[in-house]
Design a protein around this ligand. Structure first.
Ligand code: ARG
Length: 461
């Protein structure tokens, strides 16, 4: 009797597996987290086999009851996972046979671990995408709420991190909302390709049993069944796509984090993050570090890395299933875990941002942020834009020398640069006048930000 006898594939083997190889090839250490999905897939498969007459109703009931018991045992933390049994699938199948006897051995009729694992990953990822969407929504709502409180809070808008033009903080926050909206769309769209049933492809070519794949799909809430058995067992596009969507999303969170970090520095001092989202320094008593956004920025590295890992994993594989595919799980799971964590902490952090309106306003006042407004004013009075640009450039040079903002110059001083300037110029040189003037869809005017918030709420549903 070979020492492999407890393994479902032992028949062909004469010698036991090398101990290190056994550990090396096992995936149960990480794929056991899909146990619920594995059991759901098995229950649907058994039900389908009963429907087409491959299993009797009694056999099917025994199998389903046994699987449900096992699920409970696992949930209670009382299941004995064995590396010898390689993966979640064989652990559960072998426990089933131990529990209900010979009938347990019939469960694997007309399927293979190849279509089984592809099904499990899809079921698992589908659930995770739904919970990621829920966390994402919390963050979206938090952003819109904060934007609503800052419809007319003014801060400098930057290009090249140099003061460009005054903007409203609500408008700035809604820029983040737009990015997250696209992330939401990408996640939802990806669900269409996740939600396809591969079960029935068996090892690679299909099965000789009269299976009813549409029935299995219906039981598992899949929209459709996959078209090609070879593709079904080897396709991981949906997981790569998810990693790509996750990468874009974490890239957004990383950019957002970068702004929060800059803004909470003493040099900017635009915001203060709540104490519960920061840590101190063990040596510098004055320090309050923005660890949470820093860590989120840092986590983008591993998530981008997993996308590259998944693409590389697939690029050399001939059809159909290869053991390489077992390497899809850890990067996928790590992406899910970290993305969910980042979204959760971000959604909790946003309402705890203390906005320092006065500092923002003072900063917008520096750096000649209304220079474009003066140029636009001259254009409205008939000057070609390029000439206006030149005139304002000279006024700014004068302001730098005199340490005076454009709005602080006298009318006579301004008229030295162009005699078409009149007293109404001061309406456009104020920060409030500047933002209010950008009054069209997509513009920073408080009126537009209010309207954008109303639309954002509608889009969130
Ligand atoms: N643990 C394997 C995986 O994750 C399950 C499928 C194994 N199939 C096989 N023929 N070795 O990919």
């Amino acid at each position: 009797m070979s020492q492999n006898d407890d393994k479902p594939w032992a028949g062909r083997f004469n010698e036991p597996t090398d101990a290190f190889v056994e550990a090396f090839t096992a995936s149960v250490g990480f794929d056991r987290r899909m146990y619920k999905h594995d059991i759901a897939g098995s229950i649907a498969h058994a039900s389908m086999l009963a429907k087409v007459g491959v299993l009797t109703t009694d056999e099917c009931k025994l199998i389903i009851d046994g699987l449900q018991d096992i699920e409970q045992t696992i949930a209670n933390g009382e299941f004995n996972w064995s590396t010898r049994l390689e993966d979640v699938h064989m652990n559960i199948e072998s426990a089933l046979t131990k529990k209900i006897g010979e009938v347990g051995k019939k469960l694997h009729t007309g399927r293979s671990r190849n279509d089984q694992v592809a099904t499990d990953i899809r079921l698992y990822l589908r659930d995770e995408v739904v919970s990621i969407l829920a966390e994402l929504k919390r963050l979206q709502v938090a952003l819109v709420d904060l934007a609503e409180q800052h419809v007319d809070t003014i801060l400098p808008g930057f290009t090249h991190l140099q003061t460009a033009q005054p903007i409203t903080f609500g408008h700035h926050l809604l820029a983040w909302f737009e990015m997250l909206m696209r992330d939401q769309n990408r996640l939802e769209d990806g669900l269409l390709r996740i939600n396809v049933l591969p079960l029935g492809a068996a090892a690679l070519a299909g099965t000789t049993f009269p299976i009813d794949r549409n029935y299995t799909a219906q039981l598992l809430n899949f929209d459709v069944v996959s078209e090609n058995s070879l593709d079904s067992v080897s396709d991981r596009d949906f997981a790569i796509e998810f990693c790509s969507t996750a990468s874009i999303l974490i890239m957004h969170l990383s950019r957002f984090s970068e702004e929060l970090i800059i803004w909470s520095s003493a040099q900017f001092d635009f915001i203060e993050l709540g104490d519960c989202f920061c840590t101190g320094s063990s040596i510098m008593p004055q320090k309050k570090n923005p660890d949470v956004p820093e860590l989120i920025r840092g986590k983008s590295g591993r998530i981008f890395g997993h996308l590259m890992g998944m693409l590389t994993l697939m690029k050399g594989q001939p059809l159909a299933y290869n053991k390489d595919n077992q390497e899809d799980k850890e990067p996928l799971f790590d992406t899910i875990d970290n993305l969910k964590g980042c979204l959760k902490v971000f959604a909790d952090m946003v309402p705890n941002i203390n906005v320092k309106k006065d500092n923002m306003y003072q900063a917008a006042f520096k750096g000649f942020s209304t220079a474009t407004d003066l140029a636009d004013y001259l254009v409205r009075k008939g000057m070609p834009f390029r000439d206006a640009h030149e005139v304002v450039g000279k006024a700014v040079a004068f302001g730098i020398k005199q340490k005076k903002d454009l709005s602080e110059m006298t009318l006579t001083e301004l008229q030295n640069f162009s005699n078409i300037i009149e007293p109404d110029v001061f309406d456009v040189l104020t920060l409030e006048g500047s933002v209010a003037a950008r009054n069209h869809i997509g513009g920073t005017a408080p009126k537009q930000v209010k309207a954008a918030i109303t639309r954002a709420k509608k889009r969130l549903g």
